[in-house]
Design a binder for this molecule. Structure first.
Ligand code: ACO
Length: 329
């Protein structure tokens, strides 16, 4: 039985660094080439920060744009939840730094770690807190400076990722608008297929840790690919069932932008026409927790979806974690 939606989107925003790193640029850094990257991933370029630019800067810019779009002031915000694995520092939470930057002085703020599933995890947690704690204006942000944890000598991973942030402002649902169904799940038994081992309590920062290249992203690409397609398909099916809908009811599906082949495999499973699936991985690379809110903001601002549109969002990431949601804008 479908319940009344609790939280709806009042505004969206995104921020990406101006600096571009193209496949041709990468050819000068590692043994790779444009053809391999495009054929295997669909990625042509990614936005990357200038050295020293922290996530809080991108996340605050995205948040401020979402506030402006919603017509909500920072002082009205009750809660900030930021999905990321590349915060400015180990602590404080980058959400607190965003709070200070934008002047959301009434808010509670915390980060949530679910890798590429960060934004959809945050969306579900924020919706639940709006229901139980009475929050009325909530900023949900997904953001990453993934280039801060890349090993630029590892061609298996360094070609995949980019930097950016996306944000939404949530308010109580009006009528049929809002989050109609959401789902999230994890399986920690596969943590060693996609992880960043260095710099935590397992391998604290040390010269040896860096020499052993533990600061970079470790990934079994083929296994990640297989699990990603299966888990995303399952999650999407689950939210469709919970919302008592079929995939044909959706106006747009925004999958996590990890790589084009994962997106195409998912689309094939659901027999989705290309115009129903949002793709921008070619321009941004994989921005992890930022990819869905960046795409959602683009789709709203370029007129691909408008008020009342039904949007499905689905993701998969390290953990493993995966999640999906259906939203009426
Ligand atoms: N440039 C050129 N050659 C490369 C590169 C590169 N950047 N990277 C790897 N290769 C080579 C390998 O060394 C290998 O060479 P070999 O045959 O001589 O040994 C060859 O290409 C094939 O390597 P595979 O790893 O088997 O290539 P595959 O077809 O699996 O593609 C890829 C790799 C793109 C990573 C793929 O597995 C994939 O898309 N996986 C999903 C992973 C993903 O998207 N991760 C993002 C984080 S998780 C998430 O967001 C969901």
């Amino acid at each position: 039985m479908i319940q009344k939606p609790q939280a709806m989107i009042l505004g969206t925003g995104r921020a990406v660094p101006a600096r571009l790193l193209t496949n041709a640029d990468l050819e000068k850094i590692v043994d790779t080439n444009d053809q391999w990257i495009v054929e295997r991933t669909g990625i042509r370029q990614r936005h990357v920060v200038e050295p020293g630019v922290p996530l809080s800067e991108l996340a605050s810019e995205a948040a401020q744009k979402a506030l402006d779009d919603a017509g909500v002031t920072a002082e009205e915000i009750d809660l900030i939840v930021l999905g990321t694995v590349t915060g400015d520092m180990k602590f404080p939470a980058t959400a607190c730094l965003v709070q200070a930057r934008i002047g959301a002085n009434r808010a509670a703020a915390f980060d949530l770690s679910a890798a590429c599933s960060g934004f959809l995890y945050c969306l579900q947690v924020a919706g639940a807190l709006m229901q139980t704690a009475g929050y009325r204006r909530v900023l949900v942000i997904g953001g990453e400076v993934l280039t801060s944890m890349i090993d630029w000598e590892d061609r298996d991973t360094c070609v995949l990722f980019g930097d950016g942030a996306g944000a939404v402002v949530l308010g109580p649902s009006e009528g049929e608008r809002g989050v109609l169904a959401s789902f999230m799940k994890s399986d920690g038994s596969h943590s060693s297929l996609l992880y960043n081992p260095g710099g935590g309590s397992l391998h604290p920062v040390s010269v040896e840790m860096v020499e052993q290249k533990l600061h970079g992203i470790r990934m079994n690409g083929r296994e990640v690919f297989r699990h990603a397609v299966n888990s995303m398909a399952g999650a999407l099916r689950q939210v469709l069932e919970d919302a008592e809908m079929t995939v044909e009811d959706l106006d747009l599906i925004i999958p996590h932008q990890a790589n084009l082949r994962i997106i195409e495999a998912l689309a094939k499973r659901f027999r989705l026409p290309t115009e129903k699936v949002y793709v921008n991985v070619d321009r941004y690379g994989n921005t992890s927790a930022a990819s869905i809110p960046i795409a959602l903001d683009e789709a709203r601002r370029n007129g691909r979806v408008g008020p009342g549109a039904l949007v499905g969002m689905v993701t998969f990431g390290g953990g493993f974690t995966w999640a999906a949601a259906i939203l009426r804008l």
